[in-house]
Write a protein that binds this ligand. Structure first.
Ligand SMILES: [Fe+2]
Ligand SMILES: [Fe+2]
Length: 336
């Protein structure tokens, strides 16, 4: 353990921001560095031991300047390719992806979907649990995937199973890094709003845009899982008022939109679904197929966080209480 010395400049803690030189007069307790990288000027101080695991796990690409600002040019960020190619990426049950293909085809058969789901014991158990959950208030037990599909509908069953699988893949992300409940509420609202905008204005395919809305920010979870220290530094600067995607570009060289799209590509989801995810922070002056998720994302920020997002008239005309909330509230009950 290196003792903090009395140098004028020194590393700052990635968690609490402690820096010996900056806090000398206000923090009389001597802290030591559990981890420190003098070159990068960051470390984990002895008061923040819960960050050691993230530090050890994290591949650090971010390189803060000596004045505390971050830059990307000093040690070149290895970038999105490394995030996707070198990391051990979470994978989804293949059956779920096959079911999506059937649902997306013109001739989807419930029998075929049920048979496929039943080849995976975990998904079958999950489907039965959903079918027998209090929400549906059935007087008798549902005992087969086909019955659950009759009750919930094939598409709704698919996304419920899909969402719970994705949630499991990213289970264990430090609460200090991300409020997961808030993350899923935002994602679910964006999914519902995408479906409503798509149906109301006949833009794109509602089911596809719903899934794009659900997964649009999944790149954030990927980065928190794979490069937690870097992404923590990104989130910290964003929480201080900087624009998130600008900080991502600055520190990492790519955005969470691109990370989301790359993960969906890795999962071999359809290209049309991926393109809506990859550019969900575009300005939305006029609605188009391509901008449904971007508009829904802005609407989610406006409604859930009361932020001042600019949106086209058609989106502002949507009555959130009657057109989006019934679906959203039903989903939140299942997922969060
Ligand atoms: Fe986003
Ligand atoms: Fe978002």
């Amino acid at each position: 353990m290196d003792k903090i010395t009395g140098h004028d400049t020194g590393p700052s803690c990635i968690s609490c921001g402690y820096s010996h030189s900056r806090t000398l007069n206000v923090a009389p307790r001597v802290r030591s560095w559990l981890r420190v990288d003098e070159k990068l000027g960051v470390g984990v101080c002895s008061e923040c031991s819960e960050w050691v695991a993230a530090w050890d796990r994290g591949v650090r690409h971010a390189t803060p300047k000596s004045d505390g600002e971050a830059r990307s040019e000093a040690s070149a960020p290895e970038g999105l390719d490394n995030l996707i190619r070198q990391a051990v990426l979470p994978s989804l049950p293949h059956v779920l992806l096959e079911v999506y293909d059937i649902l997306a085809s013109e001739v989807s058969s419930s029998k075929q979907i049920a048979a496929l789901l039943e080849t995976d014991a975990g998904l079958t158990a999950r489907a039965l649990r959903l079918g027998n959950s209090a929400f549906y208030g059935m007087s008798r037990k549902v005992s087969s995937v086909s019955e659950v599909m009759l009750l919930i509908g094939a598409f709704d069953l698919w996304w419920l199973l899909f969402t719970t699988e994705v949630k499991d893949l990213f289970f264990g992300i430090d609460r200090q890094l991300m409020d997961m409940n808030r993350f899923w509420k935002h994602s679910l609202f964006t999914a519902c709003a995408s479906r409503v905008i798509s149906e109301k204005y006949r833009l794109g395919r509602p089911g596809e845009l719903f899934v794009s809305g659900l997964l649009h920010d999944i790149g954030k979870l990927l980065m928190l899982q794979q490069i937690p220290v870097d992404y923590h530094m990104v989130l910290k600067r964003a929480s201080e008022g900087e624009v998130l995607i600008d900080v991502e570009r600055d520190l990492l060289g790519y955005t969470h939109e691109q990370a989301s799209a790359a993960l969906l590509e890795h999962w071999k989801l359809p290209a049309s679904l991926i393109s809506a995810v990859g550019e969900h922070h575009l300005e939305v002056d006029t609605l188009s197929d391509k901008l449904v998720v971007a508009a829904a994302n802005r609407l989610a920020h406006r409604v859930l966080e009361e932020s001042e997002e600019e949106l086209p008239e058609e989106v502002l005309k949507i009555d959130v209480n009657t057109e989006i909330n019934p679906l959203y509230e039903r989903m939140v009950n299942f997922v969060t």
